[in-house]
Design a protein around this ligand. Structure first.
Ligand code: ADP
Length: 485
């Protein structure tokens, strides 16, 4: 382990600028998914510690909201630099607890820094309006103000960048935060405490609490001091949090599950489609909400696409993420492996054929073989359920309309991808797909400059782009009268 990596392993909550244990002293163990070894423990906190963190954030908010956008931008730029100066150590920590290949972890940490830098810039462009007044002696101002304390709950698949997308805009807007990282990967979340300390943020502006998801979640959603909840995770928990947040009428933004379709038309460049398919499917071992869940391939090129995809899939090198040349690490835990096994068994019992992979990897633990299933059909559970694993089910279709209809036949609406060289078709299909993110002849499209977010049950609100800061702002209308004009 790099010396700097251990510097980032903090086995304590970060509240009001201090590193503190849970009141009860209880802890949660964090294990490396590649070998099951204990990395360390983090506090098992509940409502009391969360309330304290909210209080610290509220106290910090009074002065933080009065700082200039320029001052906050300078601190955020410093935070960006601190992240990049420690990119290797943060990436190693991420791989240790999450499992993804080191190169992917480095990319994620780079994205975190990029989000922070983007919002350092966007925070200086939070413009209001002066509206033409219907009254001669009054003027109308529309101003934007930070919402206040925000609660951020993040998942284990991108434990660094999912927090960056929330903390970046929140801090730039002048909000303070209480964050709860996922219990499987809390160290990459707690590392933000070290980073904001080193960048020089005032105490209490960022607070991080680990522990019981339901207790921390209940306090964050029910405490009236928290004015916004931002969540990335499953649709099931997102719905629960929306319900709970309604008790205090908070703003909510939700980045929830996906069920990405990947359409390949007869006129597509098959090699390019396979290249895009590999990254859209197997990145992070298939454990991203924008990972392809269903491939739909037009009949004339079906066999060619399958052959090339199987070939590329068989070349993937599975192993511990810290080893050189590894493309796919372990799945996060045994539950994830069992879910993948269940979905494969369901698909084969309904007529699917395993073209490659299909079972646990010889390496043991939670390693799984990269898998391709041909002959997929809408009766299979994968038609609606998120696989969150390295499995490519391939459906065959005849007509464009049929493919778009199948692609939309889901309650989700996050990412979708399609490949065609026909310009008219590109527009027809792009406009027909009910998804918040569309990749046309591209399999990986996330970038800090663009608004990321789902439609339907995939969520509410956007992260990234100029849109990503809006959810952290309140709009205020001010009427100035009696001007005697
Ligand atoms: P996943 O299936 O990816 O683990 P979850 O939605 O279960 O997705 O988890 C995402 C985040 O939500 C994690 O930080 C998790 O601890 C948290 N979480 C899970 N259950 C709750 C809950 N009842 N209240 C608040 N947060 C929760």
């Amino acid at each position: 382990m790099l010396k700097k990596t251990s510097h980032f392993i903090r086995e304590a909550n970060f509240i009001g600028g201090a590193w503190v244990e849970a009141d009860s002293g209880a802890t949660i163990s964090v294990n490396n998914p590649a070998n099951g070894q204990l990395i360390g423990t983090v506090p098992k906190s509940g409502r009391v510690e969360t309330r304290r963190a909210i209080q610290a954030a509220e106290e910090a908010f009074h002065s933080w909201k009065r700082t200039s956008a320029d001052h906050r931008a300078k601190l955020l730029r410093r935070l960006h630099d601190v992240i990049m100066d420690n990119q290797d150590a943060l990436a190693e920590l991420l791989t240790l607890e999450q499992g993804k290949p080191l190169a992917e972890a480095k990319g994620e940490v780079g994205m975190s820094a990029a989000y922070v830098l983007w919002y350092a810039e966007e925070g200086r462009r939070v413009y209001g309006d002066i509206v033409p007044s219907p009254w001669a002696d009054r003027r109308i101002l529309v101003t934007k103000e930070p919402v206040g304390v925000i609660g951020a709950i993040t998942p284990w698949n991108f434990p660094s960048s999912m927090l960056a997308r929330k903390l970046g805009p929140a801090l730039a807007a002048g909000c303070t935060a209480v964050a709860k990282p996922a219990s499987q990967t809390p160290f990459s979340g707690l590392a933000w405490g070290v980073l904001v300390e080193e960048a020089g943020f005032p105490e209490g502006v960022v607070n991080i609490v680990t522990g019981s998801a339901s207790e921390i979640g209940d306090e964050l959603t029910e405490n009236h001091l928290v004015r916004k909840i931002t969540f990335t995770g499953s649709t099931e928990i997102g719905k629960l949090l929306m319900q709970k947040a309604s008790s205090t009428v908070k703003k909510v933004s939700m980045e929830l599950g996906g069920n990405a379709p990947f359409l390949v038309f007869d006129d597509a460049d098959v090699d390019r489609a396979v290249e895009g398919a590999m990254i859209a499917k197997y990145r992070n071992a298939g454990q991203t909400c924008v990972c392809t869940n269903r491939f739909f391939v037009q009949e004339k090129i079906y066999d060619r696409f399958v052959e090339k995809l199987v070939d590329a899939t068989q070349k993937l090198n599975v192993g511990p993420g810290l080893e050189e040349g590894v493309h796919q690490g372990p799945l996060i835990d045994d539950g994830a492996v069992r879910k993948v096994e269940e979905l494969i068994a369901d698909a084969t019992s309904k007529g699917g054929t395993i073209a490659t992979g299909g079972k646990r990897h010889a390496l043991g633990g939670t390693f799984f073989e990269p898998t391709v299933i041909t002959g997929a059909n809408p009766q299979m559970r994968i038609m609606e359920e998120e696989i969150f694993g390295p499995v490519s089910p391939i459906f065959k279709f005849r007509e464009e309309e049929e493919a778009v209809e199948l692609a939309n036949a889901t309650s989700f609406g996050l990412a979708c991808y399609f490949y065609t060289n026909d310009l008219g078709r590109a527009f027809r299909v792009m406009e027909g797909l009910k998804y918040g993110l569309v990749g046309v002849n591209e399999g990986i499209i996330t970038t800090v400059e663009a608004p990321f977010g789902g439609l339907k049950e995939s969520g509410l609100g956007k992260e990234g782009g100029r849109q990503g800061i809006e959810d952290y702002l309140d709009t205020k209308y001010v009427c100035i009268g009696g001007l005697g004009l």
